[in-house]
Design a binder for this molecule. Structure first.
Ligand code: T4K
Length: 374
């Protein structure tokens, strides 16, 4: 068992990948020289293009953050009424619905992938349902084929919250090609970050154009406003940082892959600790490392969380509480725990361990020793 040192080094659940500071200076000099700070400037345009190439998609619109991108994606497709979504996500997923005056309808998740369970979707569809908003939780792909089948039968739109799924591919290519739209987050805590940032992946140029209008107050030109759009634009400084990040992204994901493999190897025989199975992605991004703390582990999940904290290790209970347990949602009929037994059980067991490119093997070993030695 590891004993805490006098001043234990703090280890967070994640840490942003920061390229050398001096490498960012030329980008700043360029911004200072051309004095274009925002509103679709040259770095913004270049990042959209480079992300399309890197991710293997045709159309991307950059945003100031993932939440504004979600809110705008719903507006772009004119979604109203009720939308089926998962309770097992970051609260922004459902908040984006409320910001549009849409009623979330929570459906339970699959215990192996933590994603929306397609076999439970149909029972939640009503005459008011217009769309499904699934999340590729932890970057693991949803059952996109089953979800699309249901959407086609009931004429529903599908918007994927792909905040965790940067770079993830299934057998056919980018996971972001599925559904009507996919939404990314480039927040500091994400695999690819622009400090704050986000994006919408669209299937065609017309949809991208509508989204680009909506993120710029609805302006089409100096004198024409076609919709009550919001200010969702990414600034030049964020876009420039994204371009620099992109140069390092493969190495960063490789480092995550090694950390993921070490955890799996070290924790596979620990009684009461279960790692999330590989969810069938062809290329993963190792965004999170969730473990399930089962009843045969000597400590409860919360006791393990506290124990790690005492040793300066800040694991996180993503996603506890469930979104459906927050006050603005818990009155909904679909929010009842009896409707969401799998999600409720997972939220009570899950703990996300630290994973980020700069996590040193010796620090990861501290985490492993504590989980093993409880
Ligand atoms: N949909 C899904 C499925 C999402 O997960 C999210 C965001 C969204 C939509 C919305 O996208 P954005 O609008 O955020 O682009 C974090 C993030 O703020 C949030 O982006 C993310 N999901 C969520 C899962 O996690 P917190 O409250 O856990 O963040 P915080 O500040 O506690 O950070 C976690 C740890 O990371 C800290 O203990 C230390 C470290 N950290 C954090 C920041 C901000 C750093 O080392 N440096 C930093 O700059 O929400």
């Amino acid at each position: 068992m590891t004993t805490p040192s006098a001043t234990p080094q703090v280890i967070y659940v994640t840490q942003p990948h920061l390229p050398p500071l001096e490498d960012f200076i030329p980008y700043l000099q360029q911004i200072w020289a051309n004095k274009i700070l925002t509103n679709g400037g040259p770095f913004h345009q270049q990042l959209e293009k480079e992300l399309c190439d890197y991710l293997g998609v045709k159309h991307i619109s950059l945003f100031a953050n993932g939440t504004l991108a979600l809110v705008t994606a719903l507006q772009a497709l004119r979604i109203t009424g009720e939308v089926i979504t998962t309770p097992y996500s970051f609260v922004a997923t459902a908040h984006a619905l409320l910001w549009n005056g849409i009623k979330p309808v929570f459906v339970d998740i699959d215990p192996d992938t933590f994603n929306l369970d397609p076999t439970k979707i149909e029972a939640a569809i009503t005459p008011h349902t217009t769309a499904i908003l699934p999340v590729h939780c932890y970057g693991h792909p949803c059952d996109v084929a089953a979800i699309q089948r249901i959407a086609d039968i009931y004429n529903l739109k599908v918007i994927y919250d792909a905040a965790h799924a940067f770079g993830v591919q299934d057998a056919g290519g980018s996971i972001l090609r599925h559904g009507d739209l996919s939404v990314l987050s480039f927040h500091a805590t994400k695999v690819f970050n622009t400090f704050e940032g986000g994006a919408i992946v669209s299937p065609d140029a017309k949809t991208k154009q509508r989204i680009d209008h909506l993120k710029n107050f609805g302006f089409v030109d100096e004198v024409t406003v076609v919709a009550p759009g919001i200010n969702g634009k990414m600034s030049e400084i964020n876009a420039a940082f994204g371009l620099l990040q992109l140069k390092h992204i493969d190495a960063a994901i490789d480092a995550r892959r090694r950390i993921d493999a070490r955890y799996r190897e070290a924790l596979q025989h620990v009684p009461g600790i279960r790692c999330l199975p590989d969810a069938g992605e062809k290329v993963g991004n190792y965004a999170y490392f969730p473990i399930l703390v089962e009843p045969d582990y000597p400590l409860s999940r919360d006791a393990l969380y506290e124990r790690l904290k005492e040793h300066g290790i800040y694991a996180r209970r993503y996603f506890y509480p469930l979104i459906s347990d927050f006050p603005m949602y818990r009155g909904l009929p679909s929010a009842a725990r009896s409707n969401l037994p799998v999600a409720a059980a997972m939220a009570d067991k899950v703990l996300c361990l630290p994973i980020y490119p700069a996590l040193q093997p010796s620090d990861q070993q501290r985490v492993i020793d504590l989980v093993r030695g409880a």
